[in-house]
Design a protein around this ligand. Structure first.
Ligand SMILES: [Fe+2]
Length: 300
C-alpha cells in the first residue's frame, strides 16, 4: 500500500488531516486534497460475518472432486458460519422417485454408506468453522423420516434419523425441511434482509420464482442444482436478490437411465453479511478449480 492509499484508508477511518500527515509523510496540502475526495461511510469494519455455503451433496451420489474443492475453499475462507444447503444425504432406498432405477438399492447401506461418512464430513466442516454450522434439511434428507412414519415396525429406527444422528454436536443447528405439526422454522435467517433455504421450487428460472415468493427479502436457495442469480429493485428500497450456486453431486444423477446431460453446475457460495447489507458470491467450479473472491485459486 503506497502512502496515498494509506492516507485514504486512515481518512475513511475518521483520522484527522494532521494525524494522517504524520502517519504517511505526505504534505498537509496533499492530505487535505485527498480528504476532499468522496468518502465512504464504513458501516462495519472487519466485522461482516463470513459465511460459507455448501450446495447439494447427495452423499452416495456426490462428486468427490467438486466436494474436495469446496472443502479446500472452506478451509481457506475460514468462515464464521457454514451453511449446508440441504440434500446432504441421498437416502436412495427410501425414495419414491418415479425415475428410480431397478438396481438402485443393490449394495446400498444407509448407515455405512451415507449416515456415518456424512457425520464424519460434518466433523470436518465444523473444524473449519469459527462459530456455527447450520444444516438445512433437504427433501432427500427427509425421505428416511417419511419412510419410518409410513412403514410398520420402523419406528424403532428413529435414532438413525438425520435430524437425530447428525445433531450430537455443539454450535450446530438443524433446520427442518417441512414445517410439521410443531411449526418448525424451515429457513435460516442470516440477517433481517437475507435468508438461506433448501429451496421452495425447482422450475427453470427458479431465482425469479424465489423472488416472487420472498417479496421483500433476499434469498440463497439450493435444490435446483443449477446456477442462477437475479436481483430486482423494489419500489421502495431493495434491490432484493436470489442466488443459487449449483450442486456438489454428480452432474448426471444415478437415476438418469440414459445418461442424458443436465444443466447442473458445480459450485458453492460465500457471503459477507454486514449489519445493513450483504454480498453473496456464487462460486463456480470450472475445469477442476475455483477462484475465491480474494483471487485465491483452489484446486483439489
Ligand atoms: Fe438436491
Amino acid at each position: 500500500m503506497d502512502a496515498e492509499q494509506a492516507a485514504r484508508k486512515l481518512l475513511i477511518e475518521g483520522k484527522s488531516i494532521r494525524a494522517v500527515q504524520r502517519a504517511t509523510g505526505l504534505t498537509y496540502y496533499r492530505v487535505r486534497q485527498l480528504s476532499a475526495l468522496p468518502r465512504f461511510q464504513v458501516v462495519t469494519k472487519h466485522n461482516a460475518r463470513r459465511v460459507f455455503g455448501y450446495t447439494d451433496i447427495h452423499w452416495s451420489d456426490r462428486d468427490e472432486h467438486a466436494l474436495a474443492i469446496a472443502q479446500h475453499a472452506q478451509g481457506i475462507f475460514a468462515p464464521d458460519v457454514t451453511v449446508l444447503g440441504g440434500d446432504l444425504l441421498n437416502c436412495t432406498a427410501f425414495s419414491r422417485h418415479p425415475k428410480r432405477k431397478l438396481d438402485h438399492d443393490e449394495g446400498y447401506d444407509y448407515l455405512e454408506s451415507e449416515l456415518k461418512p456424512a457425520n464424519r464430513f460434518l466433523d470436518e466442516v465444523q473444524r473449519w468453522t469459527r462459530d456455527e454450522t447450520v444444516l438445512l434439511e433437504g427433501n432427500h434428507d427427509e425421505w428416511f423420516e417419511r419412510w419410518i412414519r409410513n412403514t410398520e415396525g420402523a419406528m424403532g429406527l428413529q435414532s438413525l434419523l438425520p435430524s437425530r444422528y447428525l445433531c450430537q454436536r455443539d454450535a450446530f443447528r438443524y433446520v427442518s425441511f417441512s414445517p410439521g405439526r410443531d411449526k418448525r422454522q424451515c429457513n435460516y435467517q442470516l440477517a433481517p434482509f437475507l435468508v438461506a433455504t433448501h429451496g421452495w421450487c425447482a422450475p427453470k428460472y427458479a431465482a425469479q420464482h424465489h423472488l416472487d415468493r420472498a417479496k421483500d427479502i433476499s434469498i440463497i436457495f439450493h435444490h435446483t442444482h443449477r446456477f442462477d442469480d437475479r436481483a430486482v429493485p423494489l419500489f421502495r428500497g431493495g434491490p432484493i436478490r436470489a442466488t443459487s450456486a449449483g450442486c456438489l453431486c454428480k452432474r448426471i444423477p444415478m437415476y438418469a437411465h440414459n445418461g442424458s446431460p443436465t444443466d447442473w453446475t458445480h459450485g458453492f457460495w460465500v457471503a459477507f453479511v454486514g449489519r445493513q447489507s450483504f454480498t453473496v458470491y456464487p462460486v463456480l467450479i470450472a475445469n477442476g478449480s475455483a477462484v475465491l473472491p480474494d483471487g485465491t485459486e483452489v484446486r483439489a
